[in-house]
Design a protein around this ligand. Structure first.
Ligand SMILES: Nc1ncnc2c1ncn2[C@@H]1O[C@H](COP(=O)(O)OP(=O)(O)OP(=O)(O)O)[C@@H](O)[C@H]1O
Length: 246
């Protein structure tokens, strides 16, 4: 199977410090992947490079069936090409309802006049209902986002990203700050989402990663240290030394 995202030989230094060091790996279509690694391993920098926020010094990042280089695209072009990113902290519009947040996130006409004239249609309201249901918020649609629990806000933001129909969703530390029940619901959600798109989850919480039950990539000092099932990488002496055993 050809890769959806292919990172080859990517390096990035900040003031001479190699945050990413000759990193290569690939994500397949509709794959669920966890990325783990100690603090400073380069996980955030990797996501910054894929989304166009940071430009690497060398290497290549290719996307889709035409192996298009993401390095020649702006952040907005990359987002439009189908890569959505969920940051660690939820950034929803707290004063607005769940429904209004989702309506704002829908793919709407983008020209300045088209945006001014655009009103949510019956079709887009139905789509909003579907999105709310998909992230477990069907019963909360009229509530203000600010009244939701931390976990519900995270799901709302995932719903807002889904409105853009991404082919790859990058999710940064979703478990942080969630209750156990919310973490369990989030693993179920991410697994389901990965049935129809690729989902890459950066996470420190090993119980959460175990429940994802997917291939794991371990980063260390900006390079790939190990890859495979969680049991496989957990048994790797290098991984135990730099990460799990500490
Ligand atoms: N803009 C920057 N300027 C200077 N150094 C940076 C910059 N961004 C990242 N770094 C450094 O690059 C290294 C990798 O950082 P990165 O944030 O990618 O790691 P991480 O794996 O996401 O860590 P954490 O688990 O703590 O979030 C760190 O040593 C960090 O200090």
């Amino acid at each position: 199977m050809s890769a959806l995202l292919e990172v080859s030989g990517v390096s990035k230094s900040f003031d001479g410090f190699k945050a990413i060091n000759n990193l290569s790996f690939a994500i397949a279509e509709r794959e669920l992947r966890a990325i783990i690694g100690p603090n400073g391993a380069g996980k955030t920098t990797f996501m910054d490079i894929v989304t166009g926020k940071t430009r690497p010094d060398s290497g290549e990042v290719r996307w889709g069936e035409n192996s298009r280089s993401l390095l020649r695209m702006s952040e907005a072009q990359i987002a439009r090409a189908g890569i959505g990113r969920k940051f660690q902290r939820p950034t929803v519009f707290e004063d607005q309802s769940v429904e209004a947040n989702l309506i704002m996130a829908l793919k709407a006409p983008r020209g300045p006049f088209a945006v001014l004239r655009w009103r949510p249609s019956a079709g887009s309201r139905a789509r909003v209902q579907d999105l709310a249901a998909e992230v477990g918020l069907a019963g909360q649609i009229r509530r203000k986002a600010g009244e939701l629990s931390h976990g519900q806000k995270q799901w709302l933001e995932i719903g807002m990203l889904l409105a853009q129909e991404p082919r790859l969703l990058l999710v940064d530390e979703p478990a942080a700050g969630m209750t156990l029940a919310e973490r369990e619901q989030t693993t179920t959600l991410l697994k389901r989402l990965a049935e129809t798109r690729a989902v890459v989850v950066v996470e420190h919480d090993m119980e959460f990663v175990r429940r994802l039950n997917c291939k794991v990539t371990v980063l260390h000092q900006g390079s790939l240290l190990a890859e495979g099932s969680l049991d496989h990488v957990s048994a790797n002496p290098d991984v135990i030394e730099v990460y799990l055993g500490r």
